[in-house]
Design a protein around this ligand. Sequence first.
Ligand code: GUN
Length: 294
Amino acid sequence: MTARIIDGKQVAQNIRAELAAEIAHLKERGITPGLGVILLGDDPASQSYVRGKERTCKELGIYSDNHHLPAQTTQEQLLELIGRMNNAPAIDGILVQLPLPGHCDEKKVIEAIDPVKDVDGFHPVTIGRMMVGESTFLPCTPHGIIQLLVRSGVTIQGAHVVVVGRSAIVGKPITNMLLQKKEHANATVTICHTRTKDIAYHTRQADIVIAAAGRPDTITADMIKEGAVVIDVGVNRIEDPSRKKGYRLVGDVDFETVKEKASLITPVPGGVGPMTITMLMYNTVESAKERASE
Ligand code: GUN
């Protein structure tokens, strides 16, 4: 079997078109969704992510209040800025780009964001609400994965999903979201990690494999069953002197061999990646809708 490739760019574009219509509707009612964006320092990957977020805001007509600050910015200054954004009526969501420089306590910074503006879905209150099944902001990458599955016609209910990786941003939240007693969930979920004795034993039983380990070739063809759906969350830079930048991006899945056995697969780049920013915009619009209803 050769897999159908899930086009994350196209799915993201479809969702953005839906958001554009919602934003137009909000603007008719005098509400422009607003996102506060904070970046400390000049890490190239973070700068590139933040530029992507700002560009998408512009495309969609979301106001973005951008603060690119020096790496030496103190934690007090950062907390003060977050406090101002918490109180700013034009800001519906606050995004602090991670990782932060070493002198900042990420936990403290995330907890300073008002949960009603926590569009990244990283605040412990947001995570707690999600775990108990309350309506709240869903973390962007896991929510994007679920949208990719649903919009590709994959039935999640009753499926055995094996998640490889237990990060706070992807592995843990997607596991929780998939096992909720809800539409687009109700899956049986197994989570594997670096101390799992035999990852292949588990992944071979999976109807859906979600690879979020952060290591190339974590999933090879012998580790999946024929016809499985494979979602690759990995973004790994590997050296490639033939490229202008000197590197190329690969996921956690050995794409070339796994695509011959899977029924559906996401590429890297162009799979999960474009969904993360899109779901951030989705959360910002949801927050603005909440403001509009007050
Ligand atoms: N750094 C890498 N990914 C993310 C993300 O989704 N949100 C934030 N705030 N920082 C990140």
